[in-house]
Design a protein around this ligand. Sequence first.
Ligand SMILES: [Zn+2]
Length: 288
Amino acid sequence: MGFTQIEKDIYLLRLPFGGTTTGVILLCGTQNILIDAGGSAALVDEEILPALAERGLTPADISVLTCTHTHGDHIGGFARLREAGVRKIAVYARSADKVRDPLHYNIEIRKAFPKNSPPPSAGLVGTNVDEILSDGDLVGGRLRLVATPGHDDDAVCFFDEVTKTLICGDSVQHNGTLVQGCGAYMSLPDYRASMRRLLTFDANAVILGHPFLPHGDVVRGREQVRAFFAEALDLTRRYGDFVRKMRQAGVSDIAEIAKALVDDVGGVQPKHLFLPMYTVREHLKEIQ
Ligand SMILES: [Zn+2]
């Protein structure tokens, strides 16, 4: 497949992930930066390293490896890329412990709804962190870290000040991916605040961690980007209205509401319902 150019100096590699894809972003410049690393060491060997080679790069040419958040599908390749020789791993402060022990966090996430969660990703291996980043830090001289919690508490975006591109990972969910059912957030107040924050950026393009329904993984154009964040914010109101109606109809089972919500947003029922259940739990907190 290889890296596809999205903006000047910014490339996206789409890795297979269940029935969807996970993005790895490469920014080429005086420093080459890699954002996210797919779900496993095998994907590093089979996809990321060959794609870098196609662009004339080896892991030793990567000055910084960072991530948008620490879910397994984004940091599963970290330890392997470290072994392969990337020069530095720099992550947001809230991600650091999870990068050091990703399997522990992977297990933690599954504890909220054990019956509806997939088995832990046993292949996740930790690695040490060379540099801790804070909100507002500049990475590689041009990527501004923007903390955008909500999907998870360590979710961040990177704003490229040269091309005015926002690299968002899973921070903006819309109706979720094809395999998760609907938008997923672990904190509704944080998610809403993050959408409002993203609306203040004068961005020309957005690159997402997966194709999120209904927009896909790239949004282009200043007006389109603004509308995109406004719509994400509005969707939380629609989700909230739906959950409130179910609750008023006497339904209190989180799984039952989550299933109905997935149908309502036109999503595909996921194999494991835990992510929609996190979302419903947040909306129920707001109602109660
Ligand atoms: Zn993801």
